[in-house]
Write a protein that binds this ligand. Structure first.
Ligand code: ADP
Ligand code: ZN
Length: 432
């Protein structure tokens, strides 16, 4: 079912006309109400009336995370405080937190967009949605929560933590949809087995997983273990929260960007030039409808490409391909760029468990990389010689495919730290 068929299947021309109307309105609003943007427009020598077509978005200034930090807390809000009804903040994964304010209409739109996402995943009003994203300033929990309610599903606000109890709740309440990070889904699965509950045998049928990068190999692993459709959801607090883009269960190939609310571009992260469809670069998003804290051309730092071919689900929104990671997460190992997700692919293809961590250390002036990955239970009893061969094989594959020398260390099952929210895949000990 398509939750909002009128919008989600808009013919391209009508969609673009709507985007342009909303973009013009947005420019007027920020020019009139946000001194930061008025200054930027003035510096660039433009006014809102210069936006005549969607292509003119190129004329507009970028907004960076640093701009939000410089204007902390409320400097970029476009409405008076009495119109803001909720605040959220980014978890500050990469530095000082940023604050976002929502008007009543913003929250209403968010719930609609999140309901669309759940419906894209194949959920409907009869589902029981177990929300294990953290509730609080982080947008994951409440974002998924109001979307599930808007869909009419039975919403179970569990938040993160008390992992074993969560699995019991999933069993007792009959959860059919699980929302959390993909790494937490695996944590729940393992905790379930330890408590004698096999999630693969519960009624659960859909996973809506996001907030961190993951790979196709990880999807295959989760789907096989939990016997569900595992779908990718994308969002970021600065732009709204979860629900900016979502994969459809029909194709499972890239996430539809909710283009009637967000205008997407891919740019070269170095030059800032817009790249043609299909090219890989940094995703830039403009919030077309947000009232509280609207953003022009927000640089997400997330690296991906756009897929413009028609989707078999019938939705007309373009799709973003799976993210390799955010540019901040990119490791530069002796001059070679590597994303943790590339290492994840190799580990899972080698049959290893999906629990791994990359540890960076420095010896003199040289960076050393160690990849620690847990053995699966069945490998654990293998002879030492076999394990050493396995390490050597993975090490060789990493060298061959990624061009970097990393030491691979196989560790005992359950010895790598688990996370309730975003997994920390890289431990940087170079400064310590
Ligand atoms: P913070 O910026 O503090 O981590 P957010 O929750 O706003 O808090 O994080 C948003 C970021 O999470 C995105 O910019 C992106 O890097 C990452 N992210 C969210 N969903 C996905 C996803 N499905 N795949 C890859 N990365 C994702
Ligand atoms: Zn689709």
């Amino acid at each position: 079912m398509i939750f909002d068929i009128a919008h989600e299947t808009l013919p391209r021309e009508e969609l673009e006309a709507l985007q342009l109307r909303r973009l013009k309105d947005l420019c007027n609003r920020v020019y009139a109400n946000v001194p930061f943007y008025r200054r930027r427009f003035d510096e660039l020598g433009i006014t809102p009336s210069d936006i005549r077509s969607l292509k003119d978005v190129k004329l507009l200034p970028f907004t960076e995370k640093q701009d939000l930090r410089n204007n902390f807390p409320y400097g970029l809000f476009a409405v008076p405080p009495q119109n803001i009804v909720r605040l959220h903040a980014s978890s500050g994964t990469t530095g000082k937190a940023t604050v976002i304010g929502y008007t009543r209409r913003d929250l209403d739109n968010w719930a609609d967009l999140m309901a669309r996402c759940l419906s894209m995943a194949g959920a409907n009003a009869s589902d029981f949605v177990h929300v294990a994203f953290g509730y609080g300033l982080f947008t994951g929990g409440l974002g998924a929560h109001y979307g599930a309610e808007r869909l009419g599903a039975t919403t179970i606000p569990v938040s993160g933590g008390a992992t074993k109890r969560q699995v019991q709740l999933m069993r007792d309440f009959g959860a059919t949809v699980l929302c959390c990070t993909p790494s937490y889904a695996l944590f729940l699965y393992d905790a379930g087995l330890e408590a004698g509950i096999d999630i693969g045998k519960l009624p659960l049928r859909i996973g809506v997983f996001g907030a961190e990068p993951w790979t196709e190999e990880m999807r295959a692993d989760i789907e096989r273990k939990m016997r569900i459709d595992a779908l990718n959801i994308y969002g970021l607090s600065e732009v709204m929260g979860p629900g900016v883009a979502m994969e459809c269960v029909e194709a499972k190939q890239g996430m539809h960007i909710q283009e009637d609310h967000f205008l997407a571009e891919i740019i070269d992260p170095v030059t800032g030039e817009q790249l043609p469809p299909g090219a890989t670069g940094e995703l830039v998003l403009t919030t077309l409808t947000k009232e509280g804290a609207p953003l022009l051309r927000y640089r997400t730092r997330d690296i991906t490409s756009l897929e413009t071919t028609p989707c078999r689900c019938g939705r007309t929104f373009v799709r973003v391909n799976r993210f390799s990671g955010r540019s901040d997460d990119m490791l530069i190992i002796r001059g070679v760029n590597v994303f943790p997700t590339q290492i994840e692919t190799i580990l899972l293809e080698a049959g290893m468990s999906p629990h791994y961590q990359i540890i960076l250390t420095r010896e003199g002036t040289l960076d050393n990389v160690e990849v620690q990955v847990e053995l699966t239970e069945s490998m654990f009893s293998d002879a030492v010689k076999d394990l050493q061969q396995r390490e050597a094989r993975i090490q060789k594959t990493i060298k061959e495919f990624l061009g970097v020398t990393a030491r691979v260390r196989l560790v005992e099952p359950r010895s790598i730290q688990r996370f309730e929210g975003k997994a920390q895949r890289v431990l940087d000990r170079r400064q310590m």
